[in-house]
Design a protein. Structure first.
Lengths: 176, 554
């Protein structure tokens, strides 16, 4: 009887350890990915098509310095930035810079006209029904995420930038 | 070994360490206790399961959780910390994407900042609060197990003939010199108690009468319920078990419910207001909603769900008119009416093209505001969509721009080819909304071509717009059925323990001298009255009050 008592004790304490450990652990863990994104956190994954119908995943660019820019034709500072990003892309692409410009769920004609007008060569991705934009917790446009080679966010820039701003940040991003 | 405590009773029974009353004859074992005060009858005097003379490490942990005193401390701490969580609103009560690190300080000043820094803004999800719940759960299991098993053993093999000290030190006692035949009187007394619902056990002239033993299991059934309840609440942290989010669906749209495979369509949202004569005087003239209703259809995606290039294939699974308190329910998913917005939104128009020179009308053609086909052929005319704007405006540099992505003031630029027009096509700017047509003077911009053709909508039946958007609250709580089961067990246990009492009467007759002792876990008044009535029926008149032997809880 003493033996079975000991077994019961161990079984119960192990069950407590597993259930309690899971509950406390998930409480500890979930605290981390809640709240808005900030420098150092992991950006949410996305899977979006570009204008040619190629699907791009953020994970495809692991190990590369990535600039994710959210833009729309209805946002003048975004419109101003787009050709600047084009020049920066030409300047840094040989060093492995990736620019992913995510359009804010506008329609095809609008985006095509825009891209043709400015002759852009970096991938323009099409968000659908504001899904990606929501997962990134966007509040205003443009917003640009500079993502390190290790997949963490180096900096989040809300609002427009001058070309010098972009250049300086990309240089910093590529040095890391 | 430091020397084993002598726990052997004079009746020969070997009791385990911590036993208060001999498990067999009931004689008090504490040798230095010579008083004749009523006995401590808790758990029938048996030792808790974990009471050991030389506990090891595991036993020490076990003993910690086995202590009711520690359990009470844990419960009090949990109550106090739960109170802290009610000082300011918790983070999860905010619907929109908000930044708690700024919000609490801005709204409540320094106390708010400290509140946030201490993590009290998410008290009930914090590791230490969940840790407390886990400890209470552990304590419930161990406390119950440590007590219920020995109690069950003690109650299932009770000795009928108890030690005179045990009988005389009960809280309800009676002594009497019998003149009748002992056997006969015992039979009679037993029969009386039987009529009161007691079960009678005899051992010669010794008698044990027992009633409603099951009420002793009430607290333990209650504990099982509480444990289920706690486990169900902890299970909410399993991904997919709990969800509480919001979705906005304009009339006619189908929207994916975030993080699920479900899509919801709002076929029509209706809001009805009370008429003035239906309202009390002080509310007259105010808009009081009488009914909000969303004709909703729930779809499940069956294939191409994650394909960015193709439309997902949806299958209708449920159709329901959602009104307040009547959510759409499907497999644990619930959609509640939460709010609405009656800003109309233009979806599509069906305009015609009029050749002003001949008076001929071509069309109508379908022109959705978003993702319209790029070419429309209308009789001899071809319209190529050159550009579209959701909220048309003229930018600083004189170029047309859009101010937003919602069709607030939509405009389309077509390149029109056809009889009497430039073979390369002539641009035509078209505003579906009359107000914009006037505001931006469509005819002036279109200049010469406006004299030749016109694109216009004939009648409201050719206008498709959403009158309103409905806001739905999406909820999922798979733990809820288990919470209910737990609550039901807990209630059953409470009722068992509170509405019935475990009553026992022991008696023995030694040489004509009757000794009677009775015990119950509550309602001593009823206990004494049971004894007194049975005695009276057997010819011994006694005042129930005189049976009281003192002690608490009389």
């Amino acid at each position: 009887m003493g033996k079975s008592r000991k077994t019961v004790q161990i079984v119960i304490l192990v069950a407590v350890l597993i259930i309690g450990g899971y509950a406390i652990g998930s409480a500890l863990f979930s605290g981390k990915d809640e709240g808005p994104l900030k420098a150092g956190s992991e950006p949410p994954q996305f899977e979006l098509a570009d204008l040619d119908g190629h699907v791009h995943r953020l994970s495809d660019y692991k190990g590369k310095a990535v600039v994710v820019n959210f833009w729309g034709t209805f946002c003048p500072p975004c419109v101003k930035e787009m050709p600047e990003f084009e020049r920066q892309y030409e300047k840094w692409k040989d060093q492995g810079l990736v620019i992913l410009a995510i359009n804010l769920s506008e329609d095809t004609l609008t985006v095509n006209n825009f891209v043709r007008r400015f002759d852009l060569h970096y991938p323009i991705l099409r968000d659908v029904n504001r899904k990606t934009e929501r997962s990134y917790g966007l509040k205003s446009y443009p917003t640009t995420f500079f993502i390190n080679r290790d997949g963490s966010i180096l900096e989040i820039k809300v609002g427009g930038m001058t070309e010098a701003d972009i250049d300086e940040r990309i240089e910093r991003l590529l040095q890391r | 070994m430091l020397g084993v405590e002598n726990t052997k009773c004079e009746c020969g029974h070997q009791n385990s360490v911590g036993t208060v009353l001999c498990e067999s004859c009931g004689k008090p074992l504490e040798t230095d206790d010579l008083s004749d005060l009523p006995l401590e009858m808790r758990y029938d005097g048996v030792a808790r399961r974990s009471q050991k003379s030389n506990p090891n490490f595991i036993d020490r942990i076990w003993n910690f959780f086995s202590s009711v005193k520690i359990a009470i401390h844990m419960i009090v701490i949990t109550f106090l910390t739960a109170m802290l969580g009610t000082i300011y609103p918790q983070e999860n009560t905010f619907i929109n994407n908000f930044d708690p690190s700024v919000y609490y300080e801005e709204t409540y000043g320094l106390p708010g900042k400290l509140y946030y820094l201490f993590g009290l803004t998410h008290t009930y999800e914090s590791w230490w609060f969940i840790g407390l719940l886990v400890m209470i759960g552990t304590s419930l299991v161990i406390c119950s197990l440590d007590r219920v098993l020995p109690l069950y053993r003690a109650l299932s093999k009770q000795q009928i003939r108890k030690h005179p000290q045990f009988i005389q030190r009960q809280k309800t006692v009676f002594r009497h010199q019998l003149e009748d035949d002992e056997e006969q009187w015992s039979d009679q007394f037993g029969a009386q108690l039987k009529r009161k619902g007691y079960r009678i056990h005899r051992d010669g002239t010794a008698l044990l009468a027992e009633k409603n033993r099951f009420s002793r299991w009430g607290p333990y059934i209650n504990h099982i319920g509480l444990i289920l309840f706690l486990l169900a609440i902890l299970a909410r942290s399993i991904p997919g078990w709990q969800m509480d989010s919001y979705v906005t669906v304009p009339d006619g749209d189908t929207v994916q419910i975030a993080d699920t495979n479900y899509y919801v369509k709002n076929e029509k949202f209706t809001v009805e207001y009370y008429k003035d004569e239906e309202l009390p005087d002080k509310l007259k003239g105010t808009a009081r909603a009488k009914l909000f209703e969303t004709k909703a259809v729930l779809y499940e995606c069956v294939s191409k769900c994650d394909d960015q290039l193709q439309e997902p294939v949806l299958e209708e699974v449920k159709r329901h008119n959602i009104v307040v308190n009547e959510p759409l329910k499907y497999k644990g998913l619930k959609l509640y009416q939460f709010d609405f917005d009656t800003t109309p939104r233009l979806n599509a128009v069906r305009p015609v093209l009029v050749d002003k020179r001949t008076g001929e009308t071509y069309g109508p053609f379908e022109l959705p505001m978003k993702d319209s086909p790029l070419q429309h052929k209308l009789g001899p005319f071809t319209l190529d969509l050159y550009a579209n704007y959701m909220e048309f405006a003229i930018g600083d540099n004189g170029e047309p721009v859009t101010l937003s992505r919602d069709p607030v003031a939509p405009a389309f630029i077509f390149t029109v080819k056809g009889p009497g027009l430039d073979p390369a096509g002539e641009p035509y700017l078209y505003f579906p909304m009359q107000k914009d047509k006037v505001k931006f003077s469509q005819d002036t911009i279109n200049a010469a071509v406006a004299a030749k053709i016109e694109i216009r909508v004939d009648g409201m039946e050719n206008v498709d717009f959403s009158e309103a958007s409905t806001y739905l609250n999406v909820r999922m709580d798979r733990a809820l059925p288990y919470v209910w089961v737990g609550a039901a067990f807990s209630m059953i246990g409470l009722l068992m323990g509170s509405y019935w009492q475990h009553r026992r009467i022991w008696l023995r007759i030694d040489n004509g001298e009757l000794s009677l002792g009775a015990h119950t876990n509550k309602n001593w008044y009823g206990m004494r009255s049971d004894v007194a009535t049975a005695l009276q029926k057997t010819g011994i008149a006694v005042d129930p009050k005189s049976l009281d032997n003192g002690g608490n809880n009389a």
